[in-house]
Design a binder for this molecule. Structure first.
Ligand SMILES: [Mg+2]
Length: 256
C-alpha cells in the first residue's frame, strides 16, 4: 500500500457522525413504536436492528420493529407519527435539541488546502439544511446528497457516494475514488464506501458500546476507526501511514 494518500474529498454521513442523534432518533423510534403497539421497546432492540443493517433510514427501522411485533402498519403512517415527534409542527421536535459532534473550527481546518467537504446522508434534504444552518455550517458543505437524490438506492448501495463524486465531476472538481473518504457510523456506511471504492472510516456514536461497535464496523470493511471527529485533520494529514498501520495491526490480530 502506498504511504502517500492525498484526500481531495471528505464525505460525511450526518446522523451519528456530524450530529448526535442518539437521543432524538431513539426517542422518536421509542415513542412511535409505543404509539402503534402500546408497548415499550425492550432495551437493546434498536441496536440489534442497526447492526443487522439494510435499513437506510429510521422510518424503515421503526416500521420493522412494529411489524416484527405482529402488527401491520403502512409506511406512511409510521413516517407521519415519527415526524410529528422528530421534526415537530414548527421544527420544534427532538431535532431542535440535537448537539453537534464536531467543532466548527475542525471543519474550518479540514476545508483548508482546497479539500471538498460533503454530506451524503439518508436524512431528508430539508432536515439536513435546517440542521447545518442551525450550527452555522452552511459554508463548509457545498455538496449535499440527501435522501431525495437517492430514492430506492440508499446505503448500503454505493449509489449515493458515486452520485456525490459525479456531481463534483460535473462541477469541474474531478475526484478519483482513491482520493475520497466516507466517514460513517453504521455497517451500511462501511459497505457503501467499500462498494463505491472509497476509503471507509468508521466512527462510534455516543450511545454505542465502543468495542462492540468497532468490531461490527471492521467486519463490514472499515479501513480505519476514528475515536474523535475533532482528530480528523491529523488523520487526513497522515492518512497513508495510518492505513498501513491499521492493516499491519489487523494482520497481527488475525495471526495472534
Ligand atoms: Mg449515521
Amino acid at each position: 500500500m502506498q504511504a502517500k494518500v492525498r484526500l481531495k474529498a471528505l464525505l460525511f454521513d450526518m446522523d451519528g457522525v456530524l450530529v448526535d442523534v442518539s437521543r432524538s432518533y431513539r426517542r422518536a423510534i421509542e415513542e412511535t413504536v409505543l404509539h402503534f403497539t402500546g408497548r415499550q421497546i425492550v432495551p437493546g432492540t434498536i441496536r440489534r436492528y442497526r447492526y443487522l443493517g439494510g435499513f437506510d433510514d429510521d422510518w424503515k427501522l421503526t416500521r420493522a420493529i412494529i411489524t416484527d411485533s405482529g402488527m401491520e402498519v403502512s409506511p406512511g403512517r409510521v413516517i407521519d407519527e415519527f415526524q410529528r415527534r422528530y421534526r415537530g409542527e414548527r421544527w420544534d421536535g427532538f431535532i431542535a435539541e440535537e448537539p453537534p459532534l464536531v467543532q466548527t473550527r475542525t471543519l474550518e481546518r479540514l476545508q483548508a488546502d482546497g479539500r471538498i467537504l460533503g454530506i451524503v446522508t439518508g436524512r431528508p434534504e430539508a432536515e439536513v439544511k435546517w440542521t447545518i444552518e442551525r450550527f452555522g455550517w452552511k459554508r463548509y458543505f457545498p455538496l449535499i446528497v440527501a435522501r431525495e437524490k437517492t430514492e430506492q438506492r440508499g446505503k448500503p448501495d454505493p449509489f449515493p457516494l458515486q452520485h456525490a463524486l459525479s456531481v463534483l465531476g460535473i462541477a469541474g472538481r474531478q475526484v478519483e475514488t482513491e482520493e475520497a473518504v466516507y466517514i460513517g457510523d453504521t455497517v451500511d456506511d462501511m459497505a457503501a464506501a467499500r462498494a463505491a471504492g472509497l476509503w471507509a472510516v468508521g466512527t462510534v456514536p455516543p450511545d454505542a458500546d465502543r468495542a462492540e461497535h468497532e468490531r461490527h464496523l471492521r467486519d463490514r470493511g472499515a479501513h480505519l476507526i476514528l475515536d474523535d471527529l475533532d482528530t480528523l485533520p491529523d488523520l487526513v494529514d497522515s492518512f497513508g501511514e495510518r492505513l498501513a498501520l491499521a492493516a499491519a495491526t489487523n494482520e497481527q490480530e488475525k495471526t495472534a
